[in-house]
Design a protein around this ligand. Structure first.
Ligand code: ADP
Length: 291
């Protein structure tokens, strides 16, 4: 997984602040975050060997972020520690419905350039997952993976509108987007319903309403699982991890969609962005639903 590594400060508020409004803070907790790091930790939790490419500062938050990822079982050899750098800190405001607003800075998150990518590690992988990061770095990783026949997935996240991720998009075997991001794809020069995306898997996430997946041979819809949403941060990352893990293992898109929804729902039901379930928890959750 390649992209951002953050330190998250989650603030529970009575309501998400309007442009000129105020919200009162009820509680605070901290944990690791950042889309790429969340996906890496979620994959490791699903018992997939996972390495992370990204950067943190040499500050306390960087130490904490690396420590959490290490104990989750993520290989951090590809994580650069930037001297005198500041690890990205995000403030996640979460309301009673689990809806999230994100503030904060990117710190040294974009320190890794295309020339720094360890190509051997990418060639040796079964799969590469790209998230929001420097477009030139994403392009270099995508190119190396494609040349080596390594499958690629891409979740551009909220940055899609203002950055040109053309190479990563072109390389992606699997593309993840929520409704908002899909709209950005449609608005842009990328043609979702055109030939550009007809030859790959496109997973569109609909929050509590589940998700749908379009493939060259057919489409699947999953209504999602009914859970009490506490904090939806990281749900999309857990969804991606669940989808990749299942798809890589057995190539079954419909099963991957169901598994991904279970991962997303379980993550929405727990606090923090780093709350993706283990393989055991997902199995128990799915058993319970279908017995
Ligand atoms: P993103 O975080 O990328 O915007 P979503 O919010 O759509 O993505 O969440 C990703 C997935 O997590 C959804 O497709 C769904 O499976 C699950 N999910 C998210 N929110 C909820 C919720 N409130 N209840 C149940 N499942 C949820």
């Amino acid at each position: 997984s390649a992209g951002h590594v953050n330190w998250d400060v989650t603030l529970r508020v009575d309501r998400l602040p309007e442009a000129d409004g105020e919200a009162s803070i009820r509680s605070q907790r901290q944990s690791g975050g950042g889309s790429a790091a969340n996906v890496a930790a979620a994959l490791a939790g699903l018992e997939i060997d996972t390495g992370l490419i990204g950067s943190v500062g040499d500050d306390d938050n960087g130490v904490l972020a690396r420590r959490e990822l290490e104990s989750a079982g993520v290989d951090l050899e590809g994580v650069r520690i930037v001297e005198a750098g500041q690890t990205a800190v995000k403030y996640l405001l979460v309301d009673d419905d689990g809806e999230v607003a994100v503030l904060g800075n990117d710190g040294v998150n974009e320190a890794v350039g295309p020339e720094e990518i360890d190509e051997r590690r990418i060639r040796a992988a079964d799969h590469v997952h790209l998230t929001s990061q420097r477009p030139d770095t994403a392009a270099a990783i995508a190119e190396t993976a494609t040349e080596a026949g390594v499958t690629v997935s891409f979740d551009p996240g909220r940055r899609l509108g203002d950055r040109d991720y053309g190479e990563a998009l072109a390389a992606a075997d699997v593309l993840f987007a929520n409704d908002r991001e899909l709209a950005a794809l449609l608005e842009d020069e990328y043609e979702y319903v055109g030939s550009d995306f007809d030859d790959r898997i496109v997973a569109v996430k609909h929050g509590s309403d589940g998700a749908e997946v379009h493939t060259p041979t057919g489409s699947y819809v999953h209504p999602g699982f009914d859970v009490d949403a506490v904090d939806t941060a990281g749900a999309g990352d857990a969804f991606a991890a669940g989808f990749i893990a299942t798809w890589l293992t057995d190539g079954d898109v419909e099963r991957a969609l169901e598994y991904a929804n279970a991962c997303g729902a379980l993550t929405a039901g727990r606090e923090g962005a780093r709350s993706a379930p283990t393989a055991e928890t997902v199995a128990a959750f799915l058993d319970e639903r279908f017995d």
